[in-house]
Design a protein around this ligand. Structure first.
Ligand SMILES: [Ca+2]
Length: 76
């Protein structure tokens, strides 16, 4: 089972990294200031990481991030 050690260590590390990242992200409802169910580019300006990733998170290029798109971004 010795051969699995690097793999397990790698998985633990990526789990920790994703957990730390998730903790830095606000809730969807906190970013959706006007509560219309979408985070617009303007609303995304409030969060640096989201602002930078906006085009990637907005998977369907609708110009706004849906709750579903946001969950994918935060939780992977
Ligand atoms: Ca909104």
């Amino acid at each position: 089972m010795k051969d699995l050690a690097p793999l397990v260590a790698g998985l633990s590390l990526s789990f920790l990294a994703s957990t730390a990242f998730a903790q830095e992200m606000p809730e969807f409802v906190d970013l959706d200031v006007d509560k219309d169910g979408q985070i617009t580019a303007e609303e995304a300006m409030a969060h640096e990481a989201l602002r930078e990733a906006f085009a990637i998170v907005d998977v369907d290029s609708s110009g706004a991030i849906s709750q579903e798109e946001y969950e994918v971004f935060v939780k992977g």
